[in-house]
Design a binder for this molecule. Structure first.
Ligand code: ADP
Ligand code: MG
Length: 235
């Protein structure tokens, strides 16, 4: 029996902008299980980012409930949600958002200085294969290396959940694979539950499960018993 770490119950999200309401999520029932890598696939506009942001408590649903283990997140105050996010969730986005005037190590230290029981920046960077690049500035690093710094920054606080929105979206195939390798290694060694959005279907092969979204709904969930290493994936 797998343990759900995050669970949604009939989650909807409606954006009220302009004359028409956008139904971004139309009743999502989903569990993410301890230690798994899930890939979320779906066309642009299908609701992937909206769902990820709600799972990571960056946003609230319009209706429905979200649970982290036994705790209902949808009950929490804004302050308590912020605390949940700070302690439990790591985010990685398509653009790395590193501070240009700080080295790789200093960028990671921004997070470790405020976390409860963080790993050192050196350990976090070593886990993504950047031990030799710690004192480089972002401008001295390739796109893939910068994204791995962003991953190091996200995992340094030892989050329970790592949420990645198009982490390879700005990268070529070869560089994207080094980023996926870092994510798979973090998942393997730390057991961090990882959800990864992509519109690149080939990447589903690295996941334990694949969640297909269409038009604000989950259209299909597949188990992937034949996972492959990122180096086996090409696009
Ligand atoms: P995906 O990540 O799959 O491309 P999104 O979750 O970003 O999809 O968007 C789902 C739908 O919600 C789209 O129609 C999008 O235009 C709309 N949407 C997303 N964010 C907002 C927002 N902040 N305000 C209004 N509409 C939004
Ligand atoms: Mg998106």
């Amino acid at each position: 029996m797998q343990t759900a770490i995050l669970r949604t119950e009939d989650v909807t999200k409606v954006y009220h902008t302009g004359a028409v309401d956008v139904h971004a999520l139309r009743g999502i029932d989903l569990s993410l299980y301890e230690g798994e890598i899930v890939v979320l696939l779906g066309a642009s506009g299908s609701g992937k980012s909206t769902l990820l942001n709600i799972l990571g408590a960056l946003d609230r649903p319009s209706s429905g409930r979200v649970f982290f283990r036994d705790q209902e997140l949808t009950d929490l105050s804004d302050a308590a949600l912020t605390e949940f996010r700070r302690d439990r969730v790591g985010f990685v986005f398509q653009f790395y958002n590193l501070v240009p005037s700080l080295t790789a190590q200093e960028n990671v230290a921004l997070v470790t200085e405020i976390a409860e029981a963080p790993m050192t920046p050196a350990e976090a960077l070593s886990r993504v294969g950047l031990s030799e690049r710690m004192s480089h500035f972002p401008a001295e690093l390739s796109g893939g290396e910068q994204q791995r710094v962003a991953i190091a920054r996200a995992i340094a606080k030892r989050p329970d959940i790592l949420l990645c929105d198009e982490p390879t979206g700005a990268l070529d195939s070869k560089t994207g694979i080094t980023v996926l390798e870092a994510l798979v290694e973090v998942n393997r060694s730390l057991g961090t539950t990882t959800a990864l959005i992509t519109h690149n279907a080939a990447i589903r092969r690295i996941a334990h499960r694949v969640i297909y979204m269409a038009d604000g709904e989950i259209s299909r969930i597949e188990e992937n018993p034949n996972r492959v290493a990122p180096s086996e994936v090409s696009w």
